[in-house]
Design a binder for this molecule. Structure first.
Ligand code: FAD
Length: 445
């Protein structure tokens, strides 16, 4: 008899993991607290669209659904920086113009992964089931449903229930020495809209991720297939100029007019969007271990929520699915060892990604506006082109390769040290040569 997995959460990672487990022949029950996304269930509190890149696409390819998922995705070839005067600067993501990230709709991707899972006969999906508690030792899960409460048992439970995971909360309550740390940014986010032009086209460059960097805060916009853009304002919750102090129509109009003057004419529903859309918080969650014996395992945001500034949370969650699948294959007869190996392969990388994501917020909101930053990006691309394979910019490693995050971060630090030392040495040699030359000129023989 194949083992039975109970999965909690049919979000992006839950659907994909169910497909991987189904392919391996396991019996899978996937429980989701929301209604079926195919019935127009809006995934509230999360972004409408996301950037998917190499790691995420690889995971979709392994299960044969990448083409299907990417059919409506929009390639973004670089960052389009909007300064306050409305001037635009385009910075490609990579020296190779074919390398791009892709804007993809969360709801359609969610549907694609769930349908991929449902192709396997032993995968069953149950919507409108909210998990309220898990007993790790028995792999038993309790649910609230529209018709009453029920309990499901499996050989193992996987918590794929996002940043505020009920499965992880049960592990915290029941497992001794379970480590947990959460840290919130002082910034929140709010989604806004740039609708399509009257002819259905995109009002600003379609194939770019737009950024309005304003030092301590920023707005970004990602294209959607219907000609619209979803904008996200990342701004302080509190402070003299913040979500807390900007409430009335006049205050909102004034803030956007001062900071994003070129975007305002493109946002006819700005005031309604600002008032009606929720302000989300941004959290980094670290915990350990991600498993309990052969009974419970955590994956995706439930194990390692990161802030969204590297566009890697979902990509990392999809990469988790690939690694867990490999571990279950390697230790087919010892699930605890499979969980332990999965945890040891992923934990350091998730921690590295969490740091990179926070660091990239500072880069996006502050540094992208500066000439020095743009010059460094050009130097990065020059070095990548002249030293192929030897020099890889950090962004390239994170976004366009599957080099483990921790290794990419270490390699980037080393590259930066070598680059800095080389530049300092070259400057010193230049100064020395100049001094010798000037010395010769002032003492003609
Ligand atoms: C503003 C923003 C922008 C982002 N942009 C990007 C991006 O561009 N690229 C990228 O890679 N990542 C991005 N991310 C991160 C990405 O959204 C997450 O990493 C990804 O959704 C994680 O997938 P998951 O399946 O682990 O969790 P989720 O997608 O959160 O899914 C969890 C599922 O579990 C269900 N659930 C929760 N609790 C229960 C319960 N008690 N019982 C039953 N079901 C439950 C939920 O309803 C949900 O369906 C962004 C995040 C934010 C906030």
């Amino acid at each position: 008899m194949p083992a039975k997995f109970v999965l909690i959460g049919s979000g992006l990672a839950g659907g994909l993991l169910a497909a991987y487990l189904g392919r391996r022949g396991y019996d899978v029950d996937l429980y989701e607290r929301r209604a079926d996304p195919r019935e127009g269930n809006i995934v509230g509190g999360r972004s409408i669209n996301l950037a998917i890149s190499t790691r995420g696409i690889h995971a979709l390819k392994q299960i044969g659904i990448a083409d299907d998922a990417l059919r409506h995705a929009i390639p973004m070839r670089g960052r389009m920086i909007h300064d306050k005067s409305g001037e635009l600067h385009f910075a490609p993501y990579d020296v190779d113009p074919k390398k791009c990230i892709n804007s993809i709709g969360r709801a359609s991707l969610n549907t694609t992964v769930i349908e991929a899972a449902q192709r396997y006969p032993h995968v069953r999906v149950h919507f409108n089931h909210k998990c309220t508690d898990v007993h790790p030792a028995e792999a038993a899960c309790h649910f609230e449903t529209e018709t009453g409460n029920l309990t499901a048992h499996g050989d193992a439970v996987v918590g794929v229930d996002g940043a505020f995971s009920a499965v992880r909360a049960s592990m915290q309550r029941n497992i001794e020495n379970f480590q947990y740390d959460e840290s919130y940014l002082a910034h929140g986010y709010k989604e806004l809209t740039i609708p399509p032009a009257p002819d259905g086209s995109w009002r600003i460059e379609k194939n770019a991720l737009h950024i309005w960097p304003r030092k301590s805060f920023m707005m970004i916009a990602l294209p959607n297939p219907d000609g619209s853009f979803t904008c996200t304002l990342f701004w302080e919750f509190e402070g003299p100029r913040s979500f807390a102090t900007t409430k009335t129509d006049d205050e909102v109009r004034r803030f956007f007019g001062e900071e994003f003057p070129d975007a305002v004419p493109l946002m006819p529903t700005l005031l309604e969007d600002f008032k009606n859309n929720p302000t989300g918080s941004l959290v980094t969650i670290r915990c350990a271990p991600w498993f309990y014996r052969d009974r419970v395992c955590l994956l995706g945001d439930a194990a390692h929520a990161v802030v969204p500034f590297y566009g890697q949370g979902m990509n990392a969650a999809f990469e988790d699915c690939v690694v867990l699948d490999e571990c279950l294959q390697k230790f087919a007869n010892n699930r605890e060892q499979a969980f332990a190996e999965y945890f040891s392969r992923r934990k350091g990388n998730a921690d590295a990604l969490a740091d990179l994501a926070v660091g990239n917020f500072i880069e996006m909101r502050d540094k992208t506006a500066s000439r020095t930053f743009r010059a460094k990006k050009k130097l990065d691309h020059l070095l990548e082109a002249t030293l192929p394979g030897a020099y890889l910019p950090l962004y390239t490693m994170v976004t366009f390769t599957r080099i483990p995050y921790a290794r990419a971060a270490r390699r980037a630090r080393l590259q930066d040290r070598i680059l800095y030392t080389t530049l300092v040495t070259l400057v010193l040699i230049g100064m020395l040569a100049l001094a010798v030359l000037l010395g010769r000129c002032s003492h003609p023989q």
